[in-house]
Design a protein around this ligand. Sequence first.
Ligand SMILES: [Zn+2]
Length: 255
Amino acid sequence: MSRPYVVNFHEHPSAAVPQRCHDLGVDMAVLLPVGPDAAALARDMAEAEPHRYVAFHWVDTGADPDEEARRLRRVAARAGIRGVKFQPMDQHLFPNDRRLYPIFEVCEELGLVVTFHMGTVYLGPYMQEMGVPMLAKYCDPIYLDEVAFDFPDLRLCLAHLGGEHLYTALVLCEKHRHVYVDTAFLGHFAPRFFPPTTPTALIEHAVHVAGAEKVLYGCEGVPPEAVLESSLGADEQAKVLGLNACRLLGLPAGR
Ligand SMILES: [Zn+2]
């Protein structure tokens, strides 16, 4: 059987991306920026190779929320942005902070996906990002329950299966029609569960609980083989690896 179309729903823009896509057999990558410079790079990459890259937007949460919402509208119209990435541990706000609501309104109206980093990560001595402490308290998906009620048509993606908040993330996927999870960086989280587990076992569990439509393949060390070598059926694997992403992004499958 031919290999399914693979979309990496969790990549970060850098010069290393093209080679990584090639090595992993990734057909398309969603570029999630952390900071304004990365957002500009993501837009440049997506404009140069729209069949390979999709850019997400970065919001300055310290700026006026209504002005940021207007800026998102302008950028989305001009640059083909398909979503927004939030890094709440660096931006130091909870996902249900009312300052984000003008952004959510625009995303819901335009069909843009909103991806939130979720879960507590240990990156060695590198405990600061963007010049501030990476505060884990902001990375609990429980706050997105309220957002999903307030914006029922907003497409929300909880990164890393919610990290250590796996149970909460999966129940939110069950509860809300438009809450999804991505599978990136599970090589970090899986061995830290007790008992330790594997990315493949976590992906199988997520599909069994939340449904294959709710799980989006993301890399950060998780190769497509983590899905391809799972016990999931071929149709479920194809959804997780690419079909769900194409549907969410409004792309024809396997273009
Ligand atoms: Zn990431």
